[in-house]
Each structure stands twice: as structure tokens, then as C-alpha cells.
Design a protein. Structure first.
Length: 83
């Protein structure tokens, strides 16, 4: 979780507020859906699983930004070398 907090801070400092907010919204929606379903099946363990869903979706958003979309993505760096 510390890793996600650091990368979220990095996105904020780079001015990537839209990407950060969209990934947080998607993660929140996923967490709410899982909070409505998983605790009914698994009890208290389902609540912890929902927390895992939230953090996994946030990690996916940060990974997507760092590797595919963001300014430090490999594609953008490769384009910069060729120009």
C-alpha cells in the first residue's frame, strides 16, 4: 500500500490529476460493488477482500499510467529518442 501512496503522490506532483482521479473513481466503484457482494458470501473476510479489490484497481491504474499513458511511458521515451 505504501507503493501506491508514493506513486499517487508522484502522479500529483507531475500534474496528472485527471488520471489519478479517474483511477480512484474506478477503484471506488469496484470497491463499492465488491462491498455489496463479497461480505454476503465471505463475511468479514469479504470486507478485507473488497479492500484488496480497491488497492488492486488503484495499482492497475497507476501501472497503466506509468507504462502506457504517462509522460515516462516507454512509448513516449522511444519517440523522443527517434526525433
Amino acid at each position: 500500500m505504501f507503493y501506491l501512496t508514493c506513486l499517487s503522490g508522484w502522479n500529483q506532483s507531475c500534474g496528472n490529476f485527471m488520471q489519478l482521479s479517474l483511477s480512484t473513481v474506478v477503484a471506488t466503484i469496484g470497491a463499492l460493488i465488491s462491498l455489496n457482494t463479497l461480505p454476503k458470501m465471505f463475511g468479514l473476510t469479504g470486507v478485507w477482500m473488497s479492500f484488496g479489490v480497491f488497492n488492486s484497481l488503484r495499482l492497475a491504474g497507476v501501472w497503466l499510467h506509468q507504462t502506457k499513458i504517462g509522460p515516462l511511458a516507454n512509448l513516449d521515451m522511444a519517440k523522443g529518442k527517434s526525433q
